[in-house]
Design a protein around this ligand. Structure first.
Ligand code: PLP
Length: 421
């Protein structure tokens, strides 16, 4: 086999591990019963000495994907730059873009591969070209910190103002739409709006398509952060209606760390400048909007295996299972006197991530202490988050390997803590 074929096999044969798993009697295709989900849970090689409820940071790879990643590391270590220069840098990256295009519902020419959502969104925000002195840009208190910094930087460089949207607490779909609409009315010179699809602090799913519609009617451009929603919610990029979107593949798609993409609608490419004067690609090519240098190619080579497994389970099934796990604990604690659940139960407004606080525990330090206590006393791993208007909170995020029995442990802990504080 010549090198190119070998390389193609490495890239395209990435689903081999998935097939092997199927052959070993585990069916991951469209799981629906408790036994199916137990089989999915067992396809993750997770540490057994604590309960991991912090799966919004990044996604553990299922075993077949992890095995493919290891094979790709070994292959790359043997074939080195010969493989990268002769195959992967061109044909391989193009195959990946085509694969992602099929998944996202947009053209490959509208996608560029990045190392994650931060790179995607920083490149979109910092290179946005239509801002003029005296314009306003808008984001919310709950948006991701690095994106807030990038928006502030953009405003400073262009002499623009920043308008901060404060998400109410409690929130629901209509309240969120209203608060953005009022902010747009109050800031008529708004040119650019940042939206976060699933919030990483509270788990709230923003009605992005509705807000984009309101923004577009006022000629406001929208950049959407889908870091927590891509791979978790069942949608295609055009459904959001936004022209600029940043995503990763290492959270809810379960690809290796250091994988993501950005989207720019074809007609809008000229409105995002090239990244740091890139000259590798013409300005008419979206690949000039990313210049990452030498990347973790083995991670990128594993994307097809991750997407294959993702498809086998089905994104709608995944989302349903994650919401089922989330409902399992939320249903039992929402009524407790001492507990405030920040994330609404309204259909379509939540996914896997949900946050809570002990009533009165509003400082970040109190929530860090509580998260530590949950870990030390109950072996439950969660994370403290700050930013909501009502104060800091604890974020709880199950994964596909989470069992109901794990969540019973959380319910027990929260019942005790709500009594004792
Ligand atoms: C809402 C949100 N945006 C952006 C990011 C950054 O993503 P990445 O790790 O892919 O850079 C995260 C990561 O936690 C996130 O939760």
């Amino acid at each position: 086999m010549d090198g190119f074929q070998a390389g193609r096999r490495r890239l395209l044969g990435a689903a081999a591990g998935v097939t092997a798993l199927g052959a070993s009697g585990v069916s991951l295709a469209a799981p629906s019963t408790a036994a199916d989900w137990e089989a999915v849970a067992r396809s993750y090689d997770i540490a057994g000495d604590f309960v991991n409820l912090e799966n919004a940071y990044y996604g553990i790879m299922a075993r077949p994907v992890a095995e493919d990643f290891k094979r790709n590391i070994d292959y790359l270590n043997r074939y080195n730059s010969m493989y990268l220069r002769r195959q992967f840098d061109r044909a391989g990256m193009e195959q990946l873009r085509a694969l992602l295009a099929a998944h996202t519902g947009v053209a490959a020419e509208e996608l560029a591969i990045t190392r994650g959502a931060t790179e995607s969104l920083q490149n979109l925000i910092c290179n946005y070209r239509l801002l003029r002195r005296g314009d306003t840009i808008m984001y919310a208190n709950l948006d991701y910190d690095a994106m807030q910094y990038a928006m502030n930087d953009l405003a400073q460089r262009n002499g623009a103002r920043v308008a901060l949207v404060k998400m109410p607490e409690p929130v629901n779909r209509q309240a969120a739409i209203d608060v953005y609409e009022q902010a747009m009315l109050a800031n008529p010179r708004t040119r650019l709006l940042l939206l976060t699809h699933i919030n990483h602090r509270t788990g709230f799913v923003l009605p992005v398509a509705e807000i984009v519609k309101l923004a577009k009617a006022r000629h406001i451009d929208v950049i959407v952060d889908v870091a927590q929603s891509w791979g978790q919610l069942d949608y295609k990029l055009p459904d959001l209606g936004a022209d600029f979107i940043g995503a990763n593949l290492h959270k809810w798609v379960g690809a290796p760390l250091g994988t993501g993409f950005l989207y720019i609608r074809k007609e809008r490419l000229a409105d995002i400048g090239v990244e740091r004067g890139d000259e590798d690609y013409p300005a008419s090519d979206i690949r000039s909007r990313v210049h990452s240098g030498t990347v973790n190619a083995a991670a990128l080579m594993t994307i097809p295996a991750a997407l294959k497994l993702h498809d086998d389970i089905g994104v709608a099934n995944r989302g349903r299972r994650l919401r089922e796990l989330r409902d399992h604990w939320v249903r039992q604690v929402r009524g407790l006197d001492g507990i405030q659940v920040l994330t609404p139960d309204e259909a379509g407004s939540y996914g896997a991530v949900t946050s809570f606080r002990l009533r009165g525990h509003t400082t970040f330090e109190q929530n860090v202490a509580l998260s530590n206590r949950l870990f030390e006393q109950y072996r439950l791993f969660t994370v403290a988050r700050k930013g909501p208007v009502g104060g800091a909170c604890i974020r709880v995020t199950p994964g596909l390997f989470t069992r109901e029995s794990d969540l019973e442990q959380l319910v027990l802990a929260l019942k005790e803590l709500s009594r004792t504080g």
